[in-house]
Design a protein around this ligand. Structure first.
Ligand code: SF4
Length: 289
């Protein structure tokens, strides 16, 4: 039972391409959606689903966090409701654990093929898209990997020696556009240039991010805003006052805190055509709560 946790970014896209190239069977591809990915990522899921279908691979199964009453809870709504920022702003990863890791684990816990594997006393294989330059990250995960009783973690990109540049090349060779940044549009790990890009590319999403921040600000003690030691609103207003906001930054190389990534790429090659609004669901693949 081989499971891919697909993040919609460069590494996990390259991993799917490589798994096909290396004839590694894939049984399940999960994409956990906190509800706040940027439109180009939702659009890319459609592109990737078409590619997967054309290459005889399973479609992307979308999962998300649900409350006890079965209702979906997006991270944006959770932040607005609690008047707080995503937890990564305070230095811990509860937001990604709750909205990305937990929905995948919950899905697998109820997925009969996984249950059959566990009933046999075996482990399901989880294929993780850390590239060959991320050995430190892998070592950091090692204690957890070794203690995991349900999953055997494998890192195919490292096995193949695919670093970030090779990943980009393989995505291009597969005839796919590059996926661009994959992270919540209000992620506190975004750098200033990424916030400026949001300002230019998705001003409506920037407003929604600022709404999260505005609501949380009266409660903030240890951080000042979504930028941790600064508020995004202050940053944007200062930039506007100085007429200093440049055009969209086409290049960046900063992984997001939960594994999404943005990579050096030519703007024309990056998927930026957000056909799906943020928080909407791509119905091209199977969709599960
Ligand atoms: S992208 Fe950022 S805000 Fe969203 S779940 Fe990951 S760490 Fe949290």
């Amino acid at each position: 039972m081989n499971i891919v946790g697909y993040g919609g970014g460069t590494d996990s896209t390259a991993m799917l391409v490589g798994l096909w190239q290396h004839h590694v069977p894939v049984d399940l591809i999960l994409f956990a959606d906190p509800g706040g990915e940027q439109p180009h990522t939702y659009h890319y899921l459609r592109i990737m689903n078409q590619w997967l279908q054309a290459h005889g691979m399973p479609g992307i199964t979308q999962v998300w966090y649900t409350e006890k009453n079965g209702q979906r809870l997006t991270l944006e709504r959770e932040c607005l409701r609690s008047a707080s920022l995503p937890s990564i702003a305070y230095g811990h990863k509860k937001c990604s654990l709750k909205h990305k890791v937990a929905p995948q684990e919950k899905f697998c816990a109820h997925y009969p093929p996984c249950q059959e594997v566990w009933d046999r006393g075996e482990k399901a294989v989880k294929l993780i898209g850390y590239d060959a330059g991320e050995e430190k990250r892998r070592l950091g995960a090692l204690p957890h990997d070794l203690a995991d009783r349900r999953y055997q973690k494998e890192y195919p990109l490292m096995e193949w020696g695919w670093d970030r540049n090779r990943c980009i090349q393989e995505i291009r060779n597969a005839g796919l556009p590059l996926p661009g940044k994959s992270s919540c549009f209000f992620c506190p790990s975004m750098k200033r240039r990424e916030i400026r890009t949001l300002y230019h590319r998705y001003p409506d999403l920037l407003e929604r991010a600022l709404a999260i921040e505005d609501r949380a600000r009266p409660n903030l003690l240890t951080v000042r805003g979504l930028g941790r030691n600064y508020a995004w609103r202050d940053f944007i207003e200062a930039d506007q006052a100085q007429l200093a906001i440049p055009e969209v930054f086409a290049e960046d190389d900063l992984p997001c805190s939960c594994g999404g990534e943005i990579k050096a790429m030519k703007g024309s090659e990056v998927v930026t055509d957000g056909l799906a609004s943020c928080g909407s669901q791509d119905r091209a693949g199977r969709t599960h709560k």
